[in-house]
Structures are given as C-alpha cells and as structure tokens.
Design a protein around this ligand. Structure first.
Ligand code: ATP
Length: 579
C-alpha cells in the first residue's frame, strides 16, 4: 500500500463523526493490506512505530519539525512558525506548504522503515541527522501525506482510533462482523501488541491468536478491582478472602527476561528508565524469567515514611532520576506473579501464586511482598480496613484466594474498599475532558470556564458525557489545565464522543481527571448510560481532586458499567461508614 493511499483513508476517518464509519474505513484499510503491512499500519495509525510498551520515540518535537519543514519546502523558518501559529496544527502547516500531488508515493512499509531509522539515530550529530532524514522524507510526499506524517511523528493523530476500534476493524476485515472481537481482545489482554495480533490473525487465523501466550517482556493488561459498599457486602459475596493494604503509589509490572528487566506502568508504557532501583532489585531475582505485579511507592529513609502518589510520579526528567533514587528510593509491594521460568501462571489459583511471590522475594528489601491476611469475618475485615486507613493508607484490596489472574478484567476476583465518608460516594471517579466553555469574568482570563467531562463506554468504544466541572482548582490550576488543553482542541466533535451538550471548544479525549462527587443522579441530558428506554447519569457537586494523566489513558477512565454499579450501590441500605 502506498503511503498516499493510507493518508487519504486517514483523511476520510478524520472527516467522519460516526464511530461505525471509522471502523468501516479502517477495516477497508486492513482488507487492502498485505501481511507485511499490518504491523507498520497498526502502529502508524496510533502515532507510533512500535507497540506502546516499547520506548521507541522518533525524537522530533515541534521545534525540530519546524526546522525540517522549512528545509523540505525551502521556506524561511520564521514563516513556518508564523503559519503554524495561524493553523494551530503542525500537520496542517506542512500540508499548506507541500505540493498537492507527487508522481510517486513511497510505500507504507518504506515510510515506517525511514521513520524507524530516524528514531534509531543517536549520539553526536544525531539531531541534524534526524532533521535531514525527516526533511528528505517529507520532500517525497504530497500534501495530505505530509499532514499525517507530521501528526504521526508528534504522536497526535486527532483521529481517536482507540484499541477497541482497531480490534473491531480487524474483526470486520476478516469476518465481516464483530464476532472475532472476544478472541482478539483475549489475545490483546495477554500481549498488549495490536500489530502482533493483526499479523497473527492473518498468518495463523483464530488458532494462532489462541496460541499467543503471555511472555516476559510483553506487558499483560492489568487485572482491576471492583467496588462493593462495605465489608459486610464483601464477605457476603466472597466468603473467605485475602486482605491486603491498598497502597497509594503507582501500579508497576516488573518483567525479567534473562538479563533484561523492564518495568511497565498501568498504561503499559515503559518506565524502566524511571525506576533504576527497581531494575537492580529485579535483576537479582532468582528466576530466569518472571512477571510480577505490584504497587511502587517512594520511601523516605530519613522519616521512614512512604511518600504520596504525586511525589512518586515527580521524577520525570532524566537529571532528576538519580537524585530522587537517592533521596526517596522506590520500593514495590508485590502482590502477584503471572509468569515464571517460561510458565504462564495466570491460571494458577491466587493462593498458590502468592506463595510463589513470597518464595521469589525472600531476599529483596526493595521488592517486598504485600502482606496478606485471610478472613471470612466482616468484623475482622472492618478492623483491617480501619487499621489501614489510620496508618495513612487508602484502604484495602480484598482478593478471592482461588481466583485466576484475569488480564484486563475488572471483576470480583479483587474488590477495593476505601475510606468512606457517610453521605458521599464511596470512591472518586476518573473522567475524561471532552470540551470546555469559554467562561465569563475571571474564568475567561484563564481561558476556560466549565469543562465538559465524560466517562468511557467500553462496549461502544465511546466517550459519553456525565458532568460539567467548575470547581476544585486554584487559579493556577485553571491556567495549567488550559495550557494542557490548547494542543487538544479540535474543530468538530470527535467521532468517539457522544454528547447532547455542545461546548464552545471540543477536545480530543486525552486528559483524565479524578473527581469527587456527592452522588450519582439520573440525568435526562447526559449520555453516560443513556439508552432508548433509559436516562443517563450525572454527578452531583463534582469537584476536581487531581490530574491522572500520568497513569491513565482516556480508556482507563471510569466506565459506564462502573457508574451504573455505583449508582445502584448508593441505593442499597447499609451504605455509609464502614463498620
Ligand atoms: P484507584 O483509582 O482506586 O486507584 P484504579 O482505577 O487505579 O483505582 P482499580 O483496579 O480500581 O484501579 O484499583 C486497584 C488499584 O489499586 C490497582 O491498580 C493498584 O494500582 C492499586 N493497589 C494498591 N495496593 C494494591 C494491592 N494490594 N493489590 C492490588 N492493587 C493494589
């Protein structure tokens, strides 16, 4: 496939506001692909060269791209910058300067190869090499191709092709309907690599997908926890359970494969560089290969205290990492093992997996086993919950001892119980920002009035509205958030957003914000949970608690199903303070 062909399909996707249409166009693209094109196309349409968990970056930010665009089209840099300020989209800027057509277009595979070469350039003089390589690639492209190439390089596709959309499109391309989605999804939960899945489906069909197993070095989609209103409800539903403290840190998946250690976040992005102390500890584990699941948290050796989540994620820049590792080293409380020495352990009962964790970590003082106690008494569970809260922890996570590790699932194998203030919701909700209103008076100064926020409908791969947010941020907080929003503004409602509200500015769904609300109420206008015969849901008195951009993708926001469950739990008698 020529890159120009893919670019013209991407234009069609950009123009549609219907998700079904998005799936159809993408499935046509897959239908027209040869096997060797499946991986490059799958990564490129999400603004990547490799799966998300591989830290392959092209390494050309906006400033260098402006230099490359200027060189490619023989235009003064100032003019490119000026045009860019007018268009607000570097892709469109390149499109305006590029020739409308070219006699020949390079193939998709060729473009992917050249971008990978640019990504691979390192050492002295590599920046110039990158800029030259990119300018020469741009020089071979027509205007539509140039627009999409620049967006791919920035990782800002503005198309909203989420993982479920890719899975649906693959199913349609092979079967003409969505029926392959469960098999595709299961393979995705085990390997997190959409390109590999596409290629396997073409080469080895459904049995090939079933044969794709968990492997060290490839992150598994994490098992997630359900909610129940109180300890009594937990014991009633689950009987005998294992109880662990709920640490307020950062979810980490630690992989050791021979000499190679990799660490992945909850979003399945590589964090290996960020946590050198965990890498050292993992490399000492006595196992050839292993995958562990745990919560990493910064520890202050002077005060002998754990440091809150916000500080745990503060080590961003390379220069800071060593200093942080020294001052507040990371520890990880490991609560699970999914793979050891070539064997997939996800189907082994938790009781046994936990024993393996204990045996593996015996000698480490950086990778610690999360303590676990067993009980079938609501009284004991309540005591444990209150005890953990009084020690400054978030609450507890309760686990079924006979459960398997269900990658990517949120179910009652795990239940989280948190601090519970009577009259309020049990838990915070993670919403995605979908648009904003310009606001009046003081707010207008900051550039944003109320924010339109939504949750995720995973069945439809759609973002549906649930609330407008106007409180919880300081003046500086509003300024910061507006700055982040600027690069996400889009002219039309994105195809994956379903809304009855029309904000002044639409946003590409990207930013996840944690909010606290008093209650979930029925709503005739919000689309969260809305169906032909049912009203939607809204949040009563929502206020912003924190930004969750570091560890959550928009698809990791609270789901419609969870909102419905929380709504139903609100109405159950006996909710309120634990105990
Ligand atoms: P929250 O926003 O409440 O942290 P979440 O949406 O990030 O939740 P959930 O699955 O709802 O994820 O809650 C489980 C999270 O709690 C895990 O992702 C993990 O990061 C954290 N956690 C802390 N301690 C434990 C533990 N002992 N066992 C499992 N998860 C734990």
């Amino acid at each position: 496939m020529k890159f120009a062909q893919l670019a013209s399909n991407l234009d069609e996707m950009e123009a549609t506001s219907s998700r079904n249409e998005l799936v159809r166009i993408l499935s046509d693209v897959y239908g027209a692909c040869s096997v060797d094109e499946l991986e490059p196309i799958t990564y490129l349409i999400q603004g990547r060269l490799a799966p998300f968990f591989e830290p392959v970056e092209i390494g050309l930010g906006e400033r260098l791209l402006i230099t490359a665009i200027a060189a490619a089209y023989d235009a003064p840099k100032d003019e490119v910058s000026k045009l860019n300020r007018q268009t607000g989209d570097l892709g469109v800027t390149a499109q305006r300067l590029a020739p409308a057509s070219q006699r020949e277009s390079p193939s998709v595979v060729e473009v992917h190869r050249r971008l990978s070469e640019i990504a691979g350039a390192g050492g002295a003089g590599s920046l110039q090499q990158k800029v030259d390589g990119f300018a020469s690639l741009l020089g071979a492209l027509d205007s539509t191709s140039a627009k999409h190439l620049v967006r791919m390089t920035l990782g800002k596709m503005r198309l909203g092709i989420g993982d479920p959309t890719v899975l649906d499109a693959l199913s349609f391309a092979k079967r003409g309907d969505r029926s392959l989605r469960p098999v595709l999804e299961a393979a995705y939960n085990r390997t997190s690599d959409l390109g590999l899945i596409a290629q396997t489906l073409w080469e080895a069909g459904e049995p090939g997908l079933d044969a794709l197993k968990v492997r060290a070095g490839h992150p598994i989609r994490p098992q997630l926890a359900e909610r129940l209103p109180n300890p009594e409800a937990v014991i009633k539903k689950l009987g005998m359970v294992g109880v662990q403290p709920k640490y307020d840190g950062l979810r980490v998946q630690v992989h050791k494969n021979g000499d190679r250690v990799s660490i992945f976040s909850r979003r399945l992005e590589s964090m290996t560089e960020m946590f050198p102390e965990l890498v050292v500890a993992a490399s000492k584990l006595r196992a050839e290969s292993v995958i562990l699941d745990g919560e990493a948290i910064a520890y202050n050796p002077d005060s002998e205290e754990y440091v809150p989540f916000q500080e745990t994620t503060a080590r961003r820049r390379k220069e800071d990492i060593e200093e942080f590792a020294d001052r507040t080293p990371m520890r990880a409380f490991v609560f699970d093992v999914m793979f050891r020495d070539g064997s997939d352990l996800t189907q082994v009962p938790y009781e046994r997996r936990f024993e393996i964790v204990q045996a593996l970590l015996q000698k480490s003082d950086t990778l610690l086993t999360a303590p676990l106690m067993k009980t079938d008494s609501a009284e004991v569970l309540t005591r444990e919950l209150l005890d953990n809260i009084s020690r400054g922890l978030e609450g507890v996570v309760v686990k079924r001892m006979d459960s398997t590790y269900q990658a990517g699932a949120r179910n009652f194998n795990w239940v989280k119980l948190k601090r519970n203030t009577s009259g309020q919701l049990n838990d915070t909700i993670d919403v995605v920002l979908l648009g904003y209103y310009r606001g009046k008076g003081k707010r207008a100064e900051f550039g944003a009035g109320a924010l339109l926020a939504g949750v995720y409908d995973s069945d439809k791969d759609e973002f549906v509205t649930i609330s407008k947010l106007g409180t919880g941020l300081s003046d500086q907080g509003w300024r910061d958030i507006h700055q982040r929003l600027a690069s996400l503004e889009v002219a039309e409602k994105p195809s994956r957003v379903s809304s009855n509200f029309v904000p002044d500015i639409w946003l590409e769904p990207a930013i996840v914000v944690e909010v606290l609300a008093d209650e979930i109420t029925p709503s005739p206008r919000h689309t969260a949970g809305m169906a032909a015969d049912r009203t939607g849901f809204a949040l009563r008195f929502p206020r912003i608690v924190s930004l969750r951009t570091d560890d959550k993708k928009p698809e990791d926001a609270t789901s419609v199903r969870e909102i419905r469950e929380m709504f139903e739990q609100q109405r159950q008698p006996g909710r309120g303070r634990p105990g």
